[in-house]
Write a protein that binds this ligand. Structure first.
Ligand SMILES: C[S@@+](CC[C@H](N)C(=O)[O-])C[C@H]1O[C@@H](n2cnc3c(N)ncnc32)[C@H](O)[C@@H]1O
Length: 325
């Protein structure tokens, strides 16, 4: 049966002419692509009053995608709620790599799913997959549920693998994991749109940016089917460490680079056969660590406690130049 597109995922519509006053306001606010943004805002606003309010929010520094309520990703319009990570154009490369490796009806898990854009795009590219997505941030989970409902995707809330149904163990063909990978010390260097308007939990990858990846890699061999693949994005600088992490977890890495999108993706394959004892031990250690943190009173569900500091702007899908960015 063909997969019906979600009402929140629409193909792009033709631009609407924007009043020159809108262009002037956006330009004065520092928007580099004021004409393009004005057209998008004019095409999205349902009334002149709504357009004025949207232009004001954009001029005040909100990411264009949060003002529009959607981002374009792999040719889809994906709903993006306030505070939820804006899917980046760069990440389309990860979806293209996954699409080249998977088949229709593959079992796909989108860990750290944010808006659910990656799973939605892969489902579209393959003409339907068995889609599961999870995120720790309640706002992201609500947004992904809206985006994936019509695709039959299931969305769970919790810490990495913890909320996934046990029946998925050893069955996952494609594990998408665009984890946060900005080193904590570099967060201050991010453009304000990201720093101030996306949740900290979506950005902060710990001291070296690889803390969440370590935990994802540790669990991956137990969830992947033999021959299944974990795909994640990383920075060029992080590649040697990231490759070491997945190799240590018993996976076989390959690095793919797209210069046009400035994207680096690691594809890590679970070899045939049973997961190694080491992988099982690493997964248990991660689970024990989580239990310890809960016992100590740390909230594992960090999204509830990490403040939504007001925006970031690392090249969201719909916009290019940002006020103050
Ligand atoms: C860089 S964003 C990527 C979102 C989405 N995959 C995309 O590319 O648009 C990282 C996401 O990971 C989620 N996240 C961070 N730590 C997590 C954890 N321990 N368990 C589940 N999700 C987590 C954040 O809430 C955020 O939505």
């Amino acid at each position: 049966m063909p997969v019906q597109p979600s009402p929140h995922i629409r193909s792009t519509s033709p631009p609407t002419a924007a009043p020159s006053a809108v262009v002037a306001t956006l330009r004065a606010a520092g928007c580099v692509f004021a004409e393009d943004e004005a057209e998008l805002l004019a095409a999205t606003a349902r009334t002149p009053a709504e357009l004025t309010a949207m232009v004001d929010r954009r001029a005040a520094g909100l990411p264009l995608e949060h003002v529009l309520g959607w981002a374009e990703f792999c040719g889809l319009r994906v709903a993006v709620d306030p505070g939820v990570f804006v899917p980046r154009r760069r990440t389309e490369f990860l979806v293209h790599r996954a699409a080249a490796l998977a088949r229709p009806r593959s079992v796909v898990v989108d860990l750290c799913c944010g808006s659910g854009a990656l799973g939605a795009a892969l489902d579209e590219a393959l003409g339907g997959v068995e889609l599961h997505a999870a995120d720790i941030d309640p706002a992201a989970v609500a947004c992904a549920r809206r985006n994936l409902a019509a695709l039959g995707g299931r969305v769970y809330r919790g810490d990495l693998y913890e909320p996934l149904p046990a029946a998925l163990r050893g069955r996952v063909d494609v594990l998408l994991a665009n984890v946060p990978y900005v080193p904590t010390g570099d967060i201050t260097l991010l453009p304000p749109e990201a720093r101030l308007h996306e949740a900290r939990v979506a950005l902060d990858g710990g001291a070296d940016g690889l803390a969440v990846l370590r935990r994802v890699a540790a669990g991956a061999p137990l969830w992947l089917a033999p021959g299944g693949r974990l795909l994640f994005e990383t920075s060029g600088r992080q590649v040697p460490s990231a490759v070491g992490i997945v190799t240590g977890a018993g996976l076989v890495p390959e690095v793919a680079v797209c210069e046009e999108l400035d994207a680096t993706v690691v594809v890590a394959t679970r070899p045939p056969g049973r997961p190694s004892v080491r992988a099982d031990r690493a997964d248990r250690a991660d689970r024990a660590d989580r239990v310890d943190r809960v016992d100590r009173g740390d909230r594992v569900d960090r999204a509830d406690r990490v403040g939504r500091v007001p925006p970031y702007g690392a090249g969201g899908a719909a916009s290019g130049g940002r006020p103050g960015g």
